[in-house]
Design a protein around this ligand. Sequence first.
Ligand SMILES: Cc1cc2nc3c(=O)[nH]c(=O)nc-3n(C[C@H](O)[C@H](O)[C@H](O)COP(=O)(O)OP(=O)(O)OC[C@H]3O[C@@H](n4cnc5c(N)ncnc54)[C@H](O)[C@@H]3O)c2cc1C
Length: 458
Amino acid sequence: MMPRHHIIVGAGLAGALLALLLARRGHRVDVFERRSDQRIRGYEGGRSINLALARRGLGVLEAAGLGAAVLQCAVAMRGRQVHPLDAPEVFLPYAHTASECIWSVHRGRLNHLLLDAAEAAGARVHFQQRLGLVDFPARRAEIINDGDRRVRWIDFDALLGGDGAGSALRNAMQGHADLHPEIAPLDHGYKELEIPPSAEGGFRIDGGALHIWPRGGFMLIALPNTERTFTATLFLPHKGSTQSFDVLETTEHARAFFEAIFPDALALMPRFAEDWASHPTSSLATLRLHHWHLDRRAVLFGDAAHAMLPFHGQGMNCAFEDAEALDRLMADTPDLADAFAAFEAERRPNAEAIQTMAVENYLEMRDAVDDSHWRLQRALELELAARHPERFVPRYAMVSFTRTPYAEAFARGCWQRALLVDATRGITDLAQIDLAALDARIHAGLEPLPAMWREFSV
Ligand SMILES: Cc1cc2nc3c(=O)[nH]c(=O)nc-3n(C[C@H](O)[C@H](O)[C@H](O)COP(=O)(O)OP(=O)(O)OC[C@H]3O[C@@H](n4cnc5c(N)ncnc54)[C@H](O)[C@@H]3O)c2cc1C
């Protein structure tokens, strides 16, 4: 394969990884990134400080040679610690085996690792240089230097767009082809708060769990960091006359709300008032497009193509799979238009499936995890998973602990959910269930999950 010159827009998580993969193949790679170099100026992303890395995302990073380095700055989370308002806390393990966990990683540190690796492989990253307009017929792109305000036009063969949910490349493509964007904003926003280490320097609550305070229409979650802190995120409706960001106008209102609704969490946050006042309230949305590429001239990947709600912790994982697939298909398919079309055909159904599952997971996390019937279904799910480890893999596990394509996980999950609902109808105890009959249904209805999707090396 002839070396090519590739231009990537955005050096976020997906853009930096794609730069690394393409540079490793011997291509010339230039990346234009709107922000300044975080490695010099400190992280200024303004978005979630830590992210849940799942098996599939780690698998891509391992293949890129970064697995060990990433795990060094990650904390393993082996289950959900649920904090009901008026009942004792309960720990719900994700699975029976210790290898099945997700990892909490620092967004900034992970981005640094990827940028260092991309540059070491030969990619050139141009910071504070953002994409402006694009002249697709002439194949020229406007690059605006936000440092010195200079504007220049560069020639390109193809633009690879990893410039995130507000993608400038996507906007430019929309002028030449109807990408058919559908944006579904969530009526809930989020705000981040910090739980510092204890006076002794340890975690204040279990550092091996993802903590959830489900409260019906809204929730608080907290993910651990290697510094023994937690980043807590409150997801709450933007508007509403009672429990919404709108009515929490002052820090005093917010404190009173926490005292009533999240008293145990508030007790862990000595800097609550400062965090509340200084941290922004941000919005969330799902973005779907009918087309991800403009013939051979441009393609979108990561959040630029399919921003999703964060409630399955999969946006970054999906974006890493995108980068891996785009690199592979560009290497295997001589014509870029064919490569981009194959990329869209492979990845779009999967992105749409995880977008749907992210919405469903939100409802489950905020409403269901402290519901006794939901827990009965979950107990049955784990029982069936133990009886049929190769066939009946819970949907959360397929998404988080295997590399099962999202669309396949979604389809199998629908089948399994129907069986669980059916089997627990009118039932209060697992002992009342005819497990042998369920065994037969599972053998008839579910093929074993292919081994290549289930392999673990951690
Ligand atoms: C609250 C929250 C929690 C989340 N939690 C998780 C989680 O637990 N697990 C998970 O897998 N995912 C999670 N996600 C999703 C994850 O953050 C994204 O899916 C991921 O960052 C996508 O990577 P990306 O590279 O496509 O986009 P981004 O990370 O947004 O990177 C885009 C880059 O493009 C740059 N850029 C933008 N415009 C231009 C321009 N015009 N020119 C040049 N550069 C430009 C930006 O500065 C940025 O560096 C979460 C998201 C949110 C909001």
